[in-house]
Design a protein around this ligand. Structure first.
Ligand SMILES: Cc1cc2nc3c(=O)[nH]c(=O)nc-3n(C[C@H](O)[C@H](O)[C@H](O)COP(=O)(O)OP(=O)(O)OC[C@H]3O[C@@H](n4cnc5c(N)ncnc54)[C@H](O)[C@@H]3O)c2cc1C
Ligand code: FES
Length: 384
């Protein structure tokens, strides 16, 4: 009876023909199911247990941590990707992303290079770790990567401060594997002793034809022979020559984007040839365009959670932090509004999201917010 009804459906004969062909000529992967799942889990693990095997002093405020697997192997990554480290610090479950600064051809370890942030919870913890310390991380993530299919092989990398880390991975890989690419690095720092990897970058630029290095120091010593000031349009033009055969990558603190992006726009660099790594929530959010003047940055609001529980949330702190501080660990990866893992539904109240945060229009329409880049402007009611 059932099969009689099925025979009357439109397209039944064509579909049965396709199933018969698939049975005759197709591959049956069913016996491999377990092995395929194992392979996928090895390539894209949910969590990786890591051990610090070496700590390298880079500058007075920066160290590189070499991380080896505490068990098994490390999954592969693409240059420019980051890992997110998870912590329980003082009773707070939190996470922070760090770009991998080593090259992917080095499969025995990952290196991350961490700069101390004044009063920063995690950077200060990481910089006090020694060899043997254990860490929990995500698998590699992020799309700040060079794609040889769509990008021209000439890269202009513009970095500020610790934003050098994804570029270090790209440069090391390009030089070590002698890849057919050309990289020009413009690297801005406030002081000369802030410049991370300075000696290695100078050496790579001297020895490799694919790489040019232009450090720019805002406040160098009086006798400094190199570039002074900020990375600006005349310098970019001088370093690049023609612009239309290049792809631009920018990574660094908020000040770098505020200064450099308008200059690239004025030089008519199209958006499709410009990649930016968003480097976390802005430090002084109340200085961002669009912050409502009537909301005091010291204001504190109440967030109501399901079950009628309440959390206190300061206006100038990303919502995810206030929730974590109160014991509500929200899943997170990028902590900068791009991966969508920390989405929450806003039932009532107003939040501020800094300009440039890539929130989908459907999320806006149906009231979903990214807790990592949302700041309360009133009391809120949310659904976790
Ligand atoms: C994709 C991605 C990759 C990253 N890669 C690196 C990396 O390779 N190396 C690295 O050192 N960091 C990197 N970061 C930043 C890192 O994730 C942390 O945000 C940083 O270490 C500060 O964390 P914290 O817990 O010490 O400070 P928090 O406790 O989070 O912040 C303390 C205070 O400092 C402000 N603040 C936070 N970060 C900064 C900053 N960078 N500069 C100035 N003020 C800040 C905050 O607004 C807050 O007021 C990356 C961020 C992202 C999103
Ligand atoms: S953690 Fe990625 S969007 Fe918030």
């Amino acid at each position: 009876m059932k099969s009689d009804i099925a025979r009357k459906l439109d397209g039944y004969d064509a579909l049965m023909g396709e199933i018969a062909a698939a049975r005759k000529y197709g591959s049956d992967f069913t016996p491999l199911r377990g092995r395929l799942q194992d392979a996928v889990a090895r390539l894209h693990p949910h969590r990786v247990a890591l051990r610090v095997s070496r700590v390298i002093d880079e500058t007075p405020s920066t160290r590189t941590l070499r991380l080896v697997p505490a068990a098994g192997n490390l999954p592969p990554f693409q240059t420019g990707q980051y890992i997110t480290l998870f912590f329980d610090l003082g009773g707070v479950r939190t996470a922070r992303p760090y770009s991998i600064s080593s090259a992917p051809s080095q499969t025995a370890f990952w290196e991350i290079t961490v700069r101390r942030v004044a009063e920063g919870l995690v950077s200060n913890h990481l910089l006090d770790l020694g060899p043997g310390a254990l860490l929990e991380s995500s698998g590699p993530a992020g799309t700040f990567v060079f794609n040889p299919v769509i990008h021209p092989p000439q890269l202009v990398c513009i970095a500020g401060g610790s934003g050098i880390t994804p570029f270090m991975s790209m440069i090391r890989e390009t030089v070590q594997r002698d890849l057919p690419r050309r990289i020009t690095l413009l690297y801005g720092n406030r002081r000369l002793d802030d410049v991370i990897f300075h000696a290695e970058l100078n050496e790579l630029a001297r020895s490799a034809v694919q790489f040019d290095y232009i450090p720019v120091v805002e406040d160098p010593p009086g006798n400094y022979p190199g570039r002074r000031g900020l990375i600006d349009a005349p310098l970019i033009r001088e370093a690049c020559g023609t612009l239309d055969d290049k792809v631009f990558f920018v990574c660094g603190p908020q000040g770098l984007y505020d200064h450099v992006l308008p200059q690239l726009e004025a030089m008519a660099v199209p958006r499709r040839r410009l990649r930016c790594e968003i480097y976390g929530a802005p430090a002084n959010v109340w200085e961002q365009p669009g912050w409502p003047a009537e909301v005091d940055r010291h204001a504190r609001f109440t967030v109501t959670l399901p079950g009628g529980r309440h959390v206190e949330a300061p206006a100038a702190v990303p919502l995810i932090r206030s929730l974590e501080k109160s014991g509500w660990a929200i899943p997170s990866l990028c902590r900068s509004g791009t991966c969508s893992l920390c989405r929450l539904k806003l039932l009532s109240g107003r939040i501020f999201q800094p300009p440039g945060v890539p929130v989908r229009s459907s999320d806006r329409r149906f009231g979903y917010i990214h807790a990592c880049v949302s700041y309360p402007l009133s009391d809120l009611e949310i659904l976790l």
